[in-house]
Design a protein around this ligand. Structure first.
Ligand SMILES: Cc1cc2nc3c(=O)[nH]c(=O)nc-3n(C[C@H](O)[C@H](O)[C@H](O)COP(=O)(O)O)c2cc1C
Ligand SMILES: [Mn+2]
Length: 487
């Protein structure tokens, strides 16, 4: 099993990167990293992330160096936010475009098997340890990302690691972490998330919930942590399956939770049901300061582990595009495609989660219809599967002659192959959360399922598309090569 997966590491390099640092070296060799020296942790890092990510469709990552007040410390934003860097992260051949990576992800998932980590006694993460009174979170260049944020956020590009008290498996998910003071943080977890389900099991049993917060790690771990991996599967194992070999983990001192051995910074502590403080607001991925401050459990930090000259991972949600949104479009599309095929749907030719919908709210499936009802079945599964369900809005199915990544094509199909009253269905009370500005207090919102395929019973006599055949285009292009060159 492991051999099969290992051979699937088809990247430019014949082995996975060792850690975040080697990944940065590789990405820099591809010209994918911008170095920014002298930014202020107070708002400037966030503003620079906005400037860079709003400029190009495939933005570069930013390595912040010599951060104000923090000589010797650095931070990195946007590591997997381009097709090239995602291919490097996952070990895929260099892609021509985003859909190449989506397809590679879907293909990988056909034989992907989670690989549990190997426990080792030590690793670079133990180079420095703060215990008890020594704990000082302000030792790190923790940014205030947006003007109206409720505080400085140390956890954005992070793994929040917890052990399920029933199954014993380890969840590792990205949840935002605000610094309250030098020794205390607050974690915001949306209702329904797996870490929230686990946390609440401890609280219900009247027990504290042990937690590790890893802030800076291999981007492959971050990728697994911020996507909806199925319940019961550890994101560390899931990422190991992509890597083709196990990650190494070191048991933490206090609670024995697994921390990635080459992590940059890890905080350890526990959440208590009756120990909460106001958390937020925070500029969020939907593009708004979406939820008002609320009482959230705090973690009294008992240990901080960090490498020498640690690199803090940062992600800056904001009005999209953000420093994770492009990469998310690709991975989410690959995951939805895979889940749809696992659910038995045939004929899927492409999936794309549009960045303007922040890879969640406007998702398109391209389908070769084979039977009446095929398109509706595809819509229901795409909107309801684990990776497609949270904070959704519009799911659209188009025929296989429509490029799902091309908004012009998609709107043309919606405009010409969809009769709104017949072809748009609504599903009420789906999974949403406080970050959706339209969500009511129940955190449930509706979905529009839009069938923009030609009606199946009219496939044979539906008007033909008025577009010159490929051969004619090629022949005329060759004949008028001078003119075509000037277009
Ligand atoms: C940069 C970033 C920040 C995120 N912050 C949060 C957060 O604060 N709370 C939350 O519930 N989900 C957050 N998410 C989404 C979760 O990481 C995602 O839904 C993930 O699947 C949760 O893991 P789980 O399925 O194990 O609960 C964030 C995602 C990203 C990319
Ligand atoms: Mn999970």
């Amino acid at each position: 099993m492991q051999d099969d997966v290992a051979r699937s590491w088809l990247g430019k390099y014949n082995r996975p990167h060792r850690d975040l640092r080697e990944f940065i070296e590789r990405a820099e060799r591809e010209g994918e990293i911008l170095r920014a020296s002298g930014a202020d942790w107070d708002l400037e890092m966030g503003a620079l992330a906005e400037i860079v990510n709003h400029k190009h469709a495939e933005p570069k990552a930013i390595l912040f160096e010599n951060i104000k007040d923090y000589p010797g410390y650095s931070a990195i934003s946007g590591l997997s936010n381009s097709s090239k860097r995602l291919a490097l992260t996952l070990g895929f051949p260099m892609p021509r475009n985003a859909l190449d990576v989506v397809t590679a992800y879907r293909d990988r998932m056909k034989h992907h098997k989670p690989i549990p980590p190997t426990t080792v006694a030590t690793g670079p993460v133990l180079e420095n340890i703060q215990r008890g009174d020594d704990v000082d979170l302000f030792k790190f260049p923790v940014p205030r990302l947006h003007e109206k944020d409720g505080g400085r956020y140390i956890g954005t590009d992070d793994l929040v690691i917890m052990r399920d008290p029933e199954g014993g498996w380890v969840n590792a998910a990205t949840y935002r972490v605000m610094v309250h003071d030098a020794k205390t943080v607050g974690i915001w977890i949306s209702p329904g998330k797996q870490g929230r389900q686990i946390r609440d099991k401890y609280f219900k049993a009247g027990k504290p919930c042990p937690v590790l917060i890893c802030c800076g790690q291999d981007p492959l771990l971050f990728l697994a942590a911020n996507h909806e991996v199925r319940y019961g599967v550890s994101e560390i194992d899931y990422a190991g399956g992509h890597r083709g070999e196990p990650f190494e983990v070191v048991p933490s001192e206090v609670y024995g939770l697994p921390m990635p051995a080459s992590a940059e910074i890890v905080l350890e502590g526990a959440l208590h049901a009756n120990d909460a403080r106001l958390e937020g607001p925070f500029g969020e991925f939907t593009g708004y300061y979406a939820s008002a401050p609320s009482e959230q459990p705090v973690m009294r930090v008992e240990r901080v582990y960090h490498r020498n000259n640690p690199i803090l991972g940062i992600a800056c949600p904001m009005r999209p595009p953000t420093d994770v949104s492009f990469g998310k479009c690709i991975v989410k599309a690959g995951m939805i495609w895979d889940e749809m095929e696992r659910a038995g749907i045939s004929g899927i030719k492409g999936v794309w989660c549009h960045e303007a919908g922040v890879a969640r709210l406007f998702n398109v499936i391209s389908l070769k219809q084979a039977y009446a009802g095929h398109a509706k079945q595809a819509l229901l599964v795409a909107a309801g599967c684990q990776s497609g369900a949270y904070v959704g809005r519009f799911t659209i199915v188009v025929d296989d002659d429509v490029d799902p990544t091309d908004m012009f094509d998609v709107i043309w199909a919606m405009s010409t192959r969809c009769d709104p009253i017949e072809d748009i269905d609504f599903v009420r009370k789906m999974w949403s959360g406080p970050l959706d500005p339209m969500a009511p207090a129940s955190n449930q919102t509706s979905r529009a399922l839009i069938d923009a395929c030609r009606p199946f019973d009219r496939l044979k006599d539906f008007p033909e598309v008025a577009s010159a055949p490929r051969e004619l285009i090629d022949r005329v292009s060759a004949k008028f090569a001078d003119l075509v060159g000037k277009i």
